[in-house]
Design a protein around this ligand. Structure first.
Ligand code: AMP
Ligand code: ZN
Length: 466
């Protein structure tokens, strides 16, 4: 009997046994990025946690329909509907159209996910593709008396939704107090939020649509309510994001969705903790000095899977600290793991074996305990160090890799070698023919720094991707 899957639900503030609402599949909605810049590795930590969640659901034999949105309009620089539209701001910064900016950064984001071996969602949906559905939802809210109009848009009156703080457990009085610094004096309550924003009268926006209330664009939160209901219908099982989404974005999604339908919105709400820069400072796109997957890993010849591996060292609900040392130690850790697996794979040869049930039970106990990846990684180590036959060790860790996604089944594959590595490999072959061992060693280190390892054997030199 497998350990049941338990997940921490932000709504109830405890671990609950996970069961889908309907037997056919689990509906999983993960809030996607606002595509006005590259994702930073903090954002990517959240997508890695969600990928683990999805893989754990699949490992538990649940079918999953995964929907991820792309916010390509309407997310203002302040979460509470003040400031500029992030897309239009990005367009101004780069001298491109808002549409081009959105397309460019959407592709960049999808490429990052591929590099991290994140499974593709079943549905990618863009906010700009569901404007009619968003308008319809706002109309329903209007009919039910939840909205009011002020100078710059149509707002949701949060005082009409008594359960407004059920996800965040915030103290509303303190919020009202803090809201005095806000500029929008027309709002009835500090927590009220825009459903539809009007285009400024004297200005044509690049992204704007007609609506029953005038030309404008949707507020940020309404897209996720509209698209999750559109693609998942009543399969509103799990909705995820980073912890910064709890107080505003997800709270507002719940308020407007439940007000509109009169029904519960998602059953499970899961949130990943932040990646912080050393000293506890949050990494944020708006700070402008963040680290990308390319700058931190790929351009330095480090496999992006090192970041995947690094993210498993900390439980997803605990803050993770970024430092060069942490990345260096993850680089070594991942290399070591691949070497261990390669050794047993080579020794196993063509032998086949079954997954070891006892170790599998331990692995499941770890992942089904609210995705405890540090513990799951320890079970992998235990497997590798056990005295089982190599073929069984290999079969077992490759099975676990359905969750870890570290490409442990590919350790024997020959990597296609980039030209700058090949050049050094050729130079090293020549150096060895010349018996110039010092140069040969130096080149080996340079090749290693680019993420490849050379092994000398009777058959010649083998080049392996780390
Ligand atoms: P955004 O593009 O700003 O909407 O963010 C995309 C995702 O990254 C959201 O789920 C955020 O909650 C999450 N996120 C933002 N900053 C961080 C961070 N420093 N660490 C982890 N996740 C983050
Ligand atoms: Zn969202």
């Amino acid at each position: 009997m497998m350990q049941p899957l338990k997940l921490y639900n932000t709504l109830s503030r405890q671990k609950e046994e996970y069961k889908p609402l309907f037997d056919d599949y689990t509906g999983l909605y993960t809030c996607g990025p606002t595509v006005y810049n590259y994702a930073h590795i903090g954002n990517l930590r959240t997508y890695l946690f969600q990928d683990v969640l999805k893989r754990v659901l699949l490992y538990n034999d649940f079918k999953v329909k995964h929907v991820m949105n792309i916010t390509d309009v309407g997310h203002l620089t302040g979460d509470r509907d003040m400031g500029e539209d992030k897309l239009e701001k990005g367009a101004a910064r780069e001298g491109k159209s808002a549409w081009d900016i959105a397309e460019f950064y959407t592709e960049a984001f999808q490429k990052d996910l591929k590099e991290l071996n994140v499974l593709d969602p079943d549905v990618w949906c863009k906010a700009t593709d569901s404007i009619p559905e968003q308008i319809e939802l706002i109309q329903t809210l209007e009919e039910k008396g939840y909205t009011y109009k002020i100078n710059d848009g149509i707002y949701f009156d949060t005082s009409k939704f008594p359960e407004y703080t059920k996800l965040s457990h915030q103290n509303l009085d303190a919020l009202q107090e803090g809201a005095r610094v806000e500029k929008n004096i027309e709002k009835r309550n500090a927590t009220d939020f825009a459903l539809w924003k009007f285009s400024p009268k004297d200005q044509k926006r690049q992204m704007e649509w007609e609506s029953p209330w005038g030309t404008g664009f949707p507020g940020w939160h309404i897209e996720c309510s509209a698209m999750s209901m559109m693609y998942l219908k009543d399969h509103l099982d799990i909705h995820c994001g980073g912890i910064d989404h709890i107080d505003v974005h997800h709270t507002n999604e719940i308020a407007q969705s439940e007000a509109a339908t009169g029904d519960d919105f998602f059953k499970f709400w899961m949130h990943g903790a932040f990646l912080n820069i050393t000293g506890g400072k949050k990494m944020a796109k708006s700070e402008g000095n963040f680290l990308t997957l390319a700058s931190t890993f790929i351009d330095r010849g480090i496999s992006p899977l090192v970041y995947r591996f690094a993210s498993f060292q900390t439980h997803y609900r605990k803050p993770m600290e970024y430092s060069d040392d942490a990345i260096e130690s993850a680089t070594n850790g991942y290399r070591h793991l691949r070497n261990q697996v390669r050794t047993i794979a080579e020794s196993a040869g063509d032998d086949k074996a079954d997954v070891h049930e006892g170790l599998k039970a331990q692995f499941v106990a770890a992942i089904n305990d609210d995705l405890n990846m540090p513990r799951a990684m320890a079970v992998i180590q235990e497997t590798l160090k056990s005295d089982l036959p190599d073929a069984q060790k290999y079969a077992t860790v490759v099975d676990f890799d359905r969750v870890t996604g570290l490409e442990l089944d590919k350790v024997l594959e020959k990597a296609s070698i980039p030209p700058e590595v090949q050049e050094k490999v050729d130079a090293r072959i020549k150096a060895r023919e010349d018996k110039n061992w010092a140069l040969s060693d130096q080149l080996r280190d340079e090749i290693l720094a680019l993420g490849y390892m050379v092994q000398d054997s009777k058959e010649g030199m083998k080049v392996i991707k780390q």
